[in-house]
Every structure is written in C-alpha cells, then in structure tokens.
Design a protein around this ligand. Structure first.
Ligand SMILES: Nc1nc2c(ncn2[C@@H]2O[C@H](COP(=O)(O)OP(=O)(O)OP(=O)(O)O)[C@@H](O)[C@H]2O)c(=O)[nH]1
Ligand SMILES: [Mg+2]
Length: 327
C-alpha cells in the first residue's frame, strides 16, 4: 500500500481500471503483441527462422536489447529441452518472462512509522513531473489525506504558476516559491509549514534541468539531506518520471538520474497515444526499480496505479473486459 486508501483503487474499481489501462495501451498492443502474434502464426512449428523473425520483431517494438535477449534466451533454452514446441507455448513463455521483468521487488520497505510522508518527484524536463504531481495530489487527497505540494523548481517562472493551478485543481495546499530561490531553502520552509499544519503528505516538484552551471544531481542530493534532517525517514519515496514517447532515449535519460541514488519507484507518463509502451519493460529490467504509476492523459484522473498483472493482461487479453483475478 502506497498510502492510506490507495488499495481501494485496485480492489474496488478493478474493472474500470482495467478498461482504462487497456485503452491507454491500445497502440502499444498493436505494435507489440499484434506483431508478435503475426510472426508466431506465420508457421505451424517453431524453427530457427521463426525465432530470428521473433527476435527482430521484439527489437523493433521498443522492448530494448536486454529484454529481447532475455526472452529469446529463455525460449531457446526451453526449446532445447523440448519444453517448448509450439508457437502457443513460445507465446506463453514470452508472456511469463515479461511478467517476471515487471515484478520488481520494492527498493525500500514502506515504513510503518506514523507522521508526514515526503515524496520527491524527479526527472528530465518535460517528462510530466508537474502534471503528475497534480494527479497524485488529487489521488492522495481523495483517499482522505491532506497534501502539501512544494514548488522547488525555482528556475522557470511558469513552473511555479503551473504547480499552483494543479494544486487548486487537486485540493492540495501549496508552498509557493520565488524565482531564483534556493530549492533546498524552499524545501526547508515547506517542511516546517507541513509540520505546523499537520499535513499527511508533502510532494516536492523539482527542476528537470538547471539554468545555472550548477549540477542538478548535487542539487537533488542537497534537497534530500534537508528532508532527512527535518523529517525522520524522509524522503519516503523518490519517484523518477519517464516519458514513454521518448522510447529508448527516455531510458538513457533515466540512467542519468540513477546517479542520484535512492530512487524508489518509476512513473511512466504519456502512455496514451504512443505505440512505445514496450519501453516499460526495458526500464524495469535495466533500472531494477518498480513502476508505481502510469500517466495516461492530461487530466486530473489520468494516473493509474501500476500492477504487473493488469499491464500484462491489458496487452495480451483478447476481448475480455474482466480484470485478472486478485493475486
Ligand atoms: N498525453 C499526455 N500528456 C502528458 C502526460 N503527462 C504530462 N503530459 C504533458 O506533458 C507536458 C509536460 O508536462 P509537465 O508536467 O509540465 O512536465 P515537467 O516534467 O514538469 O516539465 P519541466 O517542469 O519543464 O521539467 C504537458 O503538456 C503535459 O500536459 C500524460 O500522461 N499523457
Ligand atoms: Mg515542471
């Protein structure tokens, strides 16, 4: 459970969530699963030529080299042992490998401690950090928590204004900053304010790049130290936002951010309307960090809690509108 009330979405609104995930993944399903199926159905039995075609298809469908290698290795090994003989069996193995890739263990156990929860949102500029914070704040407040959002992106005038619009929409409190202020100083004051107000959650918006010569990773580290000092266990989550439409490029940008240690989860945005959703597998495998949320549009409600079961079933299910059974 990410926060009080967050499991309600999975249990209570499963059918709706499944339908929305399927809709958002429509283009990715055509690009990835549609092409896999057409390769696998091209010949009755599996032979080397068919496997080569499959490999090429996976590579061109934004899964990335490492994911493709892992799947092909698993299929080839099982075929050697005669555990896989038909295309259907190869598809089942592919599906179970994809599922295993997404089932990444938590980097950090959620603490049971009571008190203010501090989440830092980081990522390259334009990936959707501020928009996602608006959606997250709405979700967390709807679950009955009070949320304070902090504009620690003090480099762009529009950034602070944009966050204040989202805070209003989501019903969150806002700690506004002024252009050019030291982000760590803004955070320091915001955490004091959160204490004074008794907020349940603090969500910090950060810059995607610096307009000065300063080093962004150092700036983020400084903010983390401020959070650690002010609130025990903070930051409780550091979520890296990755834009799905940037495909493999997004993955190399995400790698840069891994230098800023302590990232606890990923949020993949803009899955709506892109066929590059396969990038979710590449990111999970390479970074070894669990995906927490998916951004599927520009409105307040367009953020879906991630679940590997839902993701895989949305991609592979035929016409079913029923979500997979509870684990
Ligand atoms: N279609 C779609 N658009 C999105 C999604 N998330 C964000 N966007 C759009 O992406 C653009 C950039 O979003 P921002 O939230 O400003 O990104 P940011 O990471 O805060 O950018 P900087 O503050 O410049 O670093 C905006 O036009 C958003 O509406 C999503 O899930 N789907
Ligand atoms: Mg922003």
């Amino acid at each position: 459970m990410l926060f009080k009330g967050s499991s309600v979405e999975r249990n209570g609104k499963r059918t709706g969530l499944f339908a929305r995930m399927k809709k958002a993944l429509g283009a990715t399903k055509d690009n990835l699963v549609g092409r896999i199926e057409s390769v696998l159905s091209s010949r009755p039995a599996i032979d080397e030529e068919l496997l080569d075609d499959l490999e090429e298809t996976l590579l061109s469908a934004d899964l990335g080299v490492r994911v493709t290698e892992r799947i092909m290795h698993a299929i080839r090994e099982k075929r050697k042992k005669k555990l896989i003989e038909t295309a259907e069996e190869a598809k089942a193995e592919l599906r179970s490998q994809l599922y295993a890739i997404l089932s990444v263990k938590e980097a950090k156990k959620p603490s049971e401690e009571e008190g203010i929860r501090v989440w830092m949102i980081v990522g390259v500029n334009g990936t959707g950090k501020t928009t996602t914070i608006g959606k997250l704040a709405a979700k967390i407040s709807q679950a009955g928590n009070t949320v304070l959002v902090v504009a620690a992106d003090t480099f762009r005038p529009a950034a602070i204004e944009q966050l204040s619009v989202w805070a209003e929409r989501s019903g969150a409190d806002l700690i506004k900053s002024k252009i050019g202020m030291d982000p760590s100083a803004v955070l320091h004051d915001a955490l004091a304010a959160a204490r004074a107000r008794g907020s349940d959650f603090v969500i910090i918006d950060t810059a995607g790049r610096l307009h000065t010569k300063g080093n962004l990773m150092q700036e983020l580290e400084k903010m983390r130290r401020v959070a650690e000092k002010k609130i025990p266990g903070a930051p409780h989550e550091v979520l890296l936002v990755v834009d799905a439409t940037t495909g493999q490029n997004g993955l190399s940008q995400a790698r840069e951010f891994m230098k800023f240690t302590g990232i606890t989860g990923l949020i993949v945005t803009k899955l709506d309307g892109t066929a590059k959703g396969g990038i979710v597998f590449g990111i999970s495998l390479e970074l070894g960090i669990p995906v927490r949320y998916l951004g599927v549009g520009e409105s307040l409600e367009d953020l879906l809690e991630f679940s590997p079961e839902f993701f895989i079933d949305s991609l592979f299910s035929e016409t079913s509108s029923q979500p997979p059974p509870l684990p």
